[in-house]
Design a protein around this ligand. Structure first.
Ligand code: SAH
Length: 633
């Protein structure tokens, strides 16, 4: 649910993009201390809290320019009377494009991206952030003389002329004569060639921050890139924040109608020529859509922002007339305003709908596993986190911890390969090798100790085990006769546990999949026919064990959970979303919350996106559950 601010409409910040830094509001106090030009617009209330007058354009301008400097190291001037861009919305739009680019990375091998920004405005806000934050190069257009001059100045000020090209255009054109202009194309071609050589160099010596998807792409995809297509598209995406209104009266009406949702918190900014266009945004976007169909071979993904909900239906109808291969609508939520993003492509391989809307993400219910006391030596969140962090490290995923306290750890995780799959198969392989090794050791011992008797022979084996932790592990697991992990086939080669058949080994051949399933009764029988003791996981009470229950969360008992996941996995004949040759794009993004409440520690995984889908997250949770009950790492 959205939270209600004092005397205003509900705040939508929780639906902001998960990577948007302004989900945590900036500290005005810090900003006022650091920037005198911001401080002049601040007042202090009785409790000493810093307040900003959101009805004052100059205060809004100071807020944006100071934040750009503080958070992105960007120096930006915005002329008086011109549109002041608000940063949470601009970042929501760019982060969504970053998600779309991750989809694109599945089918091409480019690590660098070239985008187009239509109507860049005086701040040149999108290209500056795109270049600085995401490393993209941008071609942008502007119809207004003042805005054009200011945008050029801002690019120079930040020394980004090599990444950002600005073109002054006529108001009646959008893409035409820009994306097929010879000069523009040759500049872009030169840029692409330069980027390609830099890319090659970086592949030799990967550099950059650990968190950067680009670095991960480089590290993980080096050998697999040859399987991907090289992009024929000149531009990876286009973006646009179009003039919304059809007349000045329109801007008045829109602000008035908003009063139904409470008094607008901040004053609208922007000159008439920036925010008004004949026919409003529907007409502007209609022209954009029509022109896009002429440029389908040059641009991979077209996108636009939509400012008014009522316009969405009309715009979608227009889009249908050019028959794009795929399209996707998302919502951008920030403060008390909502905007929408529309993306379309003529490339049939790009399933744009695989990028979830932020609202869907926020509504995505976590999968929850309660950690039983019996399985942890120290029942504290830090101890549990050490264990979870060890699993994540083993899985080679990227982890960004955003909160770490005594009772709560929150982390954002990105996976680039389905490393959690095939675990049982890998373990069986290790077990088999160890068995062979043991057998060989035994044979050689037998040869050496002929006549010395069985006792000596056994003691030699134990010595050998101690030198090989893998063998020790194998023996320990064997003693845990009731582990869910235990391969039933050890005793009954023709039968495999349900968990094993349906859960983790869905990559097995169809021949293996056709093997008869084991009934739940059979699952509860041990090899010698007696009733199996429950695993530690099963022994504990619902509140103390396995996967718990809570009304507002997607959780269930261990068997329900396994059944649900197994059913989902079984439905898919082949490994569904997980690209075998991939590794380039982030295939799974999720949040981990580890928390202690009511004496119990729970692990919550919330799906945020990625082609592995919720199934992928389910498989990963299965991996964690198996590690919990039967650790192998
Ligand atoms: N992108 C900026 C500005 C958006 S306002 C931001 O998000 O803050 C829309 C901008 O589009 C204005 O600067 C306006 O002058 C410009 N514009 C209007 N029609 C245009 C056209 N046909 N081509 C390029 N720019 C145009």
């Amino acid at each position: 649910m959205a939270t209600k601010g004092k005397g205003g409409p509900p705040k939508l910040n929780q639906f902001m993009h998960p990577r948007n830094p302004y989900r945590t509001p900036p500290s005005f106090k810090k900003l006022a201390t650091q920037y005198p030009e911001f401080r002049t617009h601040c007042t202090y209330d009785l409790s000493g809290k810093v307040r900003l007058d959101f009805k004052n354009c100059d205060a809004l301008r100071a807020l944006t320019t100071c934040l750009l400097d503080q958070d992105f190291g960007l120096k930006v001037d915005i002329p008086d009377g011109r549109l002041v861009p608000t940063l949470p919305l601009r970042l929501n739009y760019l982060l969504w494009i970053e998600d779309l680019m991750a989809l694109t990375a599945r089918i091409d091998h480019k690590c660098t991206r070239i985008g187009v920004d239509i109507g860049t405005g005086s701040a040149c806000i999108y290209p500056l952030l795109a270049a600085k934050q995401f490393g993209w190069s941008m071609l942008c257009t502007e119809a207004d003389e003042v805005n054009y001059a200011s945008a050029v100045n801002n690019v120079k000020k930040n020394d980004m002329q090599d990444e950002i090209f600005i073109r002054k255009v006529q108001e009646n054109t959008i893409f035409k004569h820009i994306l097929d202009d010879k000069t523009n194309l040759s500049e872009i071609a030169a840029l692409q060639a330069k980027e390609a050589s830099v890319e090659e160099e970086s592949l030799e010596k990967p550099q950059g921050s650990q968190d950067s998807p680009r670095k991960a792409e480089m590290e993980l995809g080096k050998n697999e890139k040859k399987d991907m297509e090289s992009s024929n598209y000149t531009f990876d995406f286009t973006m646009c924040n179009p003039p919304f209104f059809s007349s000045e009266d329109d801007t008045y009406t829109m602000n008035k109608s908003k009063k139904d949702r409470g008094e607008p918190v901040s004053v609208p900014t922007g000159a008439v020529q920036e925010i008004v266009t004949s026919g409003g945004e529907v007409s502007f976007i209609t022209q954009m859509i029509e022109e896009s169909s002429q440029l389908k071979d040059k641009v991979r993904i077209f996108t636009t922002l939509i400012g008014t909900k009522a316009d969405i239906k009309k715009i979608k109808q227009v889009l249908a007339t050019v028959s794009p291969a795929h399209s996707s609508l998302t919502e951008f939520c920030q403060g008390r305003t909502m905007r929408w993003g529309l993306a379309w492509t003529f490339d049939p391989k790009l399933h744009l709908n695989q990028v979830m809307s932020k609202k869907q993400m926020a509504n995505s219910k976590p999968m929850v596993m309660l950690l039983p006391r019996s399985l942890l030596t120290a029942y504290t969140v830090p101890a549990a986190w050490r264990m979870v962090a060890k699993w994540l490290h083993y899985l080679k995923v990227k982890v960004r911890v955003f909160k770490n306290t005594k009772y709560f750890v929150g982390a954002h995780v990105k996976a680039y390969k389905p490393t959690w799959l095939h675990q049982r198969r890998k373990k069986r392989e290790i077990d088999r090798r160890n068995k062979e090794k043991m057998h060989r050791t035994k044979e050689s011992d037998d040869m050496e100790i002929v006549g010395e008797g069985e006792t000596l022979c056994k003691s030699k084996l134990v010595e050998s085990d101690e030198e090989h932790p893998d063998i020790m592990e194998y023996n320990m697991n064997q003693n845990e006769a009731h582990s869910i992990e235990e391969p039933v086939e050890k005793q009954q080669p023709q039968k495999r546990s349900k968990d094993e058949c349906e859960g983790e080994d869905q990559e097995e051949s169809s021949h293996e999949r056709k093997k008869p399933k084991i009934s739940s009764e059979e699952l509860n029988q041990s090899a010698n026919g007696s009733e199996e003791k429950p695993t530690p996981y099963q022994i504990s009470s619902p509140n103390d064990s396995g996967i718990g229950n809570s009304p507002d969360k997607e959780i269930c008992s261990s068997s329900d959970f396994l059944r649900q996941i197994s059913e989902k996995l079984h439905k898919e004949k082949e490994e569904p979303h997980v690209p075998q040759a991939g590794g380039l794009e982030c295939i799974l993004r999720f949040n981990i919350h580890l928390k202690q409440a009511g004496g119990l520690i729970s692990l919550e995984l919330t799906y945020l996106g990625g082609s592995a889908g919720k199934n992928g997250l389910g498989q990963l949770l299965l991996f964690m559950r198996n590690q919990l009950t039967n650790p192998t790492i």
